[in-house]
Design a protein around this ligand. Structure first.
Ligand code: ADP
Ligand code: MG
Length: 327
């Protein structure tokens, strides 16, 4: 069982940041409104994610650590129009097979918390009582301790931490309604409080993308039929020499999609010769049936059924906003 899980781990678990991403997505799926991420030595030594979500009942702890044990798909039809972020049912089992993982959880309706971990070649799960508030904590120690080849690919503590920070920034922009804190080696490095309504969104964008971006951003908000695009577009004067502030989301999922990026770039390039990268935080929403989200296993790319139409919509909204700005 461990080997099969390790093979699966190759697909989802590349580095500490990818572990964090999977775990945060689980917390969000569980309805958490507060997620605490603690990391030691770039996440290579330890990562711990705590949430105040709905928890896992004692009887399901073992299942949660087994492969294909997703509680999120009851029927293949669910695969269309998937609302939850994770649905392959292998993240926990995979991560557990390449680390020392413990899962502690307490659903509100359960009096005590229970802790589970899987060990040995057969990945036998043992469960014991524990102390924990409502919600779930997953602790991952010594990532890749048993897969030296994989561990060799890890970079310095600082680089691995930067990847984690970036993942959390991307997620923090997707979920203004959730509080996130991140600490590294015992020191708090990020704190994003809940933005209860849109008036607080600017604050989070400023924290995540920098105050300078916020000061040089144009707000966009445009609806056309089923398509809705809103967010912040950096002014042409705020062009960057890196693509480090390119945040786009489709139906709440973070994406690095060629079509979207192309449409945005084109809007800038039509106004002035673009030397570098535009900065933006943009949210596109459209009918779930109009997109396939599972094109790429890391789920960063989508396929739009009407690509041209979506492209032109994004292009024209951005172009109009930029034009008004420079007039
Ligand atoms: P998936 O997310 O694809 O269902 P995972 O391996 O990531 O698969 O998680 C397995 C199961 O464990 C989930 O379906 C869910 O029921 C449960 N689970 C994992 N993390 C949490 C969490 N933080 N809170 C509540 N339930 C969780
Ligand atoms: Mg998951």
């Amino acid at each position: 069982a461990r080997l099969a899980n390790q093979i699966a781990a190759g697909e989802v678990v590349e580095r500490p940041a990818s572990v964090i991403k999977e775990l945060i997505e689980n917390s969000l799926d569980a309805g958490a409104t507060k997620i605490t991420i603690e990391v030691e030595k770039g996440g290579i030594k330890k990562l711990r994610i705590s949430d105040n979500g709905k928890g896992i009942v004692k009887d399901e702890l073992t299942l949660a650590l087994s492969r294909h044990a997703t509680s999120k798909i009851k029927d293949l039809k669910d695969l269309e129009g998937i609302a939850s972020l994770g649905f392959r049912g292998e993240a926990l089992a995979s991560i557990s097979s390449v680390s020392r993982l413990t899962l502690t959880s307490k659903p509100k309706e359960q009096d005590t918390a229970w802790q589970a971990s899987a060990e040995g070649r057969d990945m036998k799960v043992s469960v014991q009582p524990a102390a924990h508030p409502d919600g779930t904590t997953i602790e991952v120690n010594d990532l890749f301790f048993n897969t030296p080849a994989r561990r060799k690919f890890l970079r310095t503590e600082k680089t691995e931490f930067n990847h984690i920070d970036e993942i959390i920034r991307r997620i923090a922009l997707a979920r203004f309604d959730v509080a996130f804190t991140l600490s590294h080696n015992g020191k708090m490095v990020r704190q994003y409080r809940i933005a209860r309504d849109k008036t607080y969104y600017d604050k989070r964008v400023g924290l995540v993308c920098g105050q300078r971006f916020l000061e040089h951003a144009i707000k966009v908000d445009c609806q056309h039929g089923d398509l809705h695009l809103w967010g912040w577009l950096g002014k042409p004067s705020f062009v960057r020499n890196q693509n480090d502030l390119c945040y786009s989301y489709v139906n709440g999922r973070m994406m690095r999609d060629k079509l979207i990026n192309h449409a945005i770039r084109q809007a800038y390039a039509d106004l002035l010769p673009l030397e570098g990268y535009p900065a933006f935080v943009l949210f596109l929403t459209l009918d779930h049936r109009e997109v396939d989200v599972n094109v790429h296993p890391a789920k960063h790319e989508v396929r739009f059924h009407q690509g041209r139409y979506v492209h032109d919509f994004i292009y024209s909204v951005c172009q109009r906003a930029l034009q008004e700005q420079t007039e």
